[in-house]
Design a protein around this ligand. Structure first.
Ligand code: PHE
Ligand code: ZN
Length: 867
């Protein structure tokens, strides 16, 4: 085994990219799986790459015991081993290298490379996990066809899978068996996958647009097969959607999905063998919430869409990560919008961007969508690369229009199928297909930070003219100052004072720091609806009055801006209460009553109304504060919620009753909307945590025939100190303790409790027999739920919240560095908090920094936070 090197973590730069010295057009792999070791043999014929001037072959390898190396069939020792690399200098024009090594999946807790999850062998190679399997040029611009032979005990591991098509299978001596696979499409090694286990299979087929039948298989552990129907239906919808919307057909005969319980991320798009976190496959009304159903559909779509955006056309290097991720997120968001409600999808996507990406962009960890450097690529699977990256694709879609955008993606696929390319190549296709110059737009990929956009209007009655002045500014971010103005598409429509739309949506293209846009034939002073559909990922401020916003909230034709106007009014109201607890909120409370009344009408869009009746979260409100104080935000927010309840209790009860269950469970958008609306009513009715609240929540729990309603009841009880709380939580645990994903919910719902007992509760949960720090879902259920969704207690003045997360990071650093590094993010904005909190957060970071044996992953984020 190679010792981990003691050399300081190294920064890698985009500008240093050079092509791989050697091509490896085919790799043959053999795996012999045993309980206490795995033997891997790889055979590759290397040929010098004409695009490179180097003849030094550098193979990456990590945590392997090297058993044998042969060159062209003879034992070979003409290499040096150093720093997780095997280096062969003056390696020659063409030669075959066969390498045999021993690896230990049974003790691999990092969940990268080959590891075991509850008895199933599985792999995770993105981004740099393949180097833990065999020595290879572990970089995405080396494309190879793969043939893979897997040998294992037949009884323990009846299912043996890899990418591509099954070529052969059979029995071997000593109760063992084998399968042999071939993937004809050249791929980078990060898309390699292997699974060996005792799994059950759910099978279906899909007929492609050209009439070929594709076998669809979902593999899960025995007992979980009843929770796969939704994932399978989602896969078929995704395959069809990609044919219709992007003209993309699936071209292998088999598509496999395997669900595993131990997984660092959500899911992985390995060619024809997607590996998923169980959380994003299993869904049943008894165990999954509506939000779970929606995310299963989205992620099944996401990984499937990667087949073209990521696999067939892949990334040249990891600085191009958003080439595949931003584009694929945009594709999955549009897929979800087409399958469900477009306006609701947009609201939820923007809400997520604001809660999670905007803070990242405002923190010491801010980075551009195409970063210039990194230490550990695993740290760059971020909201910026994924979600902001998706917004950049969306803006290109907006600027080009649907038809030109489609021509551009067609061009992209035909130009680059089978290639490893850059974000620049993608944007060039947008330019070539549309005839537009995209160079100013490209700044979006290079400049970090959320731009601010200021809008002010002037009405000229004499000339019936309205002028909108827009100003943009870019914040400085680490390593970046003096930024250039961006090309910002600003979708605007005009309403008149009666709420009629007089000017339909028009996309203004802003290119200067400050720019005037004039609307003609405006008969009276208009109310502008600016940034419709959130047409650019910016922070918008306007000179609109509360009355203007109320008009938009009632009458805007754009569903997103209708919601947004209400959120802006709510934000202003909460800010007024924060500044003065006695501030007059009567108008707001009265308007809220009118909204509640809308919910008593049949024709109302309930999903949209549920969102309109939700106040902005503490995370969103924090961003508007100069010095963040979560406790005082919570206080103001809660006092308004209580006033709403006081003023409208009867109407809320009616809203709750009116939207009660209408019989059979379904997951149509209407049914989900009804549940969402009813549960918002429940939340408002139980906000004071009194005796009546607890009884009401308990009754809701008892009547529930689905997990959405149960979780709603539990979250209404979480902060309570009434006996019903423990009764319901205990019942829930007893009833669902065999369902790991539900037990995760049980942990998370207690971790978010904003009540005095939280630290004792947390300690109990941490010691609970079902807590397992090696399982990422469980870590997220306890620690991320607490640090991200319980801002008041995470930022408790006692510092206990910081301490417990700090200790978990230090413990996880030695077990699973990727998961450890993720837990650091709640500390990243420490400079924005009140001085007493700030210094405690800084100290927590400092003590992590001083931990011996710090992984590159944790080192990179903590050192950047402290800089
Ligand atoms: N590429 C995966 C996706 O579709 C995410 C992932 C990254 C999974 C790294 C595992 C490891 O988003
Ligand atoms: Zn992805």
């Amino acid at each position: 085994m190679f010792p981990d090197t003691d050399t300081a973590p190294q920064t890698i730069y985009l500008k240093d990219y050079t092509p791989a010295p050697y091509l490896a057009s085919h790799i043959a792999l053999t795996f012999e799986l045993f309980e206490d070791r795995t033997i891997v043999r790889s055979e590759v014929t290397y040929r010098r790459n004409p695009a490179s001037s180097s003849d030094t072959l550098v193979l990456n390898g990590q945590d392997q015991v090297l058993l044998a190396v042969e060159r062209d069939g003879a034992a070979f020792d003409g290499f040096t081993l150093a720093e997780q690399k095997m280096v062969i200098e003056q390696a020659g024009e063409q030669f075959t290298l066969a390498i045999t090594s021993e690896i230990h999946p049974e003790t691999n807790t990092a969940l990268e490379g080959l590891y075991q999850s509850q008895g199933t062998f599985c792999t995770q190679c993105e981004a740099e996990g393949f180097r833990r399997i065999t020595f290879f040029q572990d970089r995405p611009d080396v494309l190879s066809t793969f043939s893979v032979r897997i040998e294992a005990d037949k009884q323990r591991y009846p299912v043996l899978l890899s990418n591509g098509n099954l070529q052969e299978s059979g029995d071997l001596a000593q109760g063992r068996h084998f399968t042999a696979w071939h993937d004809p499409f050249p791929k980078p090694c990060y898309l390699f996958a292997l699974v060996a286990g005792d799994l059950v299979r759910i099978a279906d087929t899909f007929r492609t647009q050209s009439g070929r039948d594709v076998d669809l298989h979902i593999y899960v552990r025995k007992g979980d097969e009843g929770q796969c129907a939704h994932a399978m239906a989602s896969l078929k919808k995704a395959m069809k959607w990609d044919e219709e919307k992007y003209g993309r057909e699936y071209e292998l005969d088999l598509f496999n999905i395997v669900a595993v319980s131990d997984f660092n991320m959500g899911a992985m798009e390995n060619t024809s063998l997607n590996i998923f976190n169980t959380k994003l496959v299993l869904a049943h009304q008894e165990t999954a919430t509506d939000a779970d159903f929606i995310s299963v559909e989205a992620v099944i779509g996401h990984e499937y869409f990667h087949n073209w955006t990521g696999n067939r056309v892949t990334c040249r290097d990891w600085f191009q990560l958003s080439l595949k991720e931003g584009l694929t997120v945009f594709r999955d968001q549009e897929f979800s919008a087409d399958m469900n409600s477009r306006a609701v999808q947009r609201i939820d996507d923007v809400d997520q961007l604001r809660r999670l990406q905007f803070p990242e962009d405002a923190s010491p960890l801010a980075h551009s969508v195409q970063p210039d450097n990194f230490i550990e690529i695993s740290n760059f699977y971020t909201m910026t690369v994924y979600e902001k990256g998706s917004e950049l694709i969306r803006m290109q879609h907006t600027l080009l229009g649907a038809d030109n955008y489609r021509q551009a993606t067609d061009l992209y696929f035909s130009r680059y199928d089978g290639h490893a390319v850059t974000i620049n190549d993608f944007v060039q296709c947008m330019a070539d297909a549309s005839g537009r110059d995209m160079s100013q737009f490209f700044r979006w990929y290079k400049q970090a930070g959320t731009p601010s956009l200021q809008a002010s209007g002037r009405y000229d009655a004499n000339n019936s003219r309205y002028t909108l002045t827009l100003r943009q500014s870019q914040p400085d971010t680490p390593g970046q100052t003096g930024k250039q103005p961006l090309l910002i598409p600003v979708a605007v429509g005009l309403l008149n004072a009666d709420g009629m739309e007089t000017h339909a949506t028009q996309v203004l293209e802003m290119t200067e720091r400050e720019q005037d846009f004039t609307f003609e034939n405006v008969a009276s002073r208009p109310v502008p609806s600016i940034l419709r559909g959130f047409s650019a990922p910016v922070k918008l401020s306007t000179d609109l009055s509360d009355d203007d916003l109320r008009l938009l909230q009632l009458r805007d034709t754009d569903g997103f801006n209708k919601w947004e106007a209400g959120q802006t009014i709510a934000l202003r109201t909460i800010q007024r209460v924060m500044a003065d607890a006695q501030a007059d909120t009567s108008q707001f409370i009265e308007d809220f009553g009118a909204l509640i009344e809308q919910g008593l009408r049949k024709e109302t869009d309930k999903a949209l109304l549920a969102r309109a009746l939700s106040l902005p979260s503490i995370a969103v409100l924090s961003q508007a504060q100069e010095v963040v104080d979560p406790a005082s935000i919570d206080q103001a927010r809660t006092s308004i919620l209580k006033s709403i309840k006081q003023a409208h209790k009867d109407a809320l009860v009616r809203l709750y009753e009116f939207n009660s269950d209408d019989g059979a469970f379904s997951i149509t958008p209407q049914a989900m909307g009804r549940r969402a609306l009813r549960n918002v009513a429940l939340e408002l009715l139980t906000v004071s945590n009194g005796t009546g609240c607890a009884a009401r929540a308990k009754a809701h729990y008892a009547q529930a025939n689905n997990m959405t309603d149960r979780v709603a009841a539990l979250s209404c009880l979480a902060d309570s100190i009434k006996p019903e709380r423990d009764e319901v939580f205990t019942d829930f645990y007893e009833r669902f303790k065999d369902y790991q994903l539900v037990v995760d919910k049980w942990f998370a719902l207690q971790a978010i409790a904003n009540r005095a007992e939280i630290f004792e509760d947390f300690a109990k949960l941490r010691r609970h027999a079902e807590f397992n720090i090696r399982n990422p879902n469980r870590v997220r259920a306890l620690y991320s739920a607490f640090a991200v969704n319980n801002p008041v207690k995470f930022h408790d003045p006692s510092g206990q919240g910081y301490a417990l997360v700090r200790d978990a990071i230090i413990e996880l650093n030695a077990i699973n560095p990727q998961i450890a590094a993720r837990q650091v993010t709640p500390f990243r904005e420490w400079r924005r908090y009140a001085p007493a909190l700030q210094s405690q957060m800084q100290q927590a970071l400092q003590s992590i920094m001083e931990t011996p044996g710090l992984s590159n992953d944790v080192f990179e984020v903590v050192s950047k936070c402290l800089k």
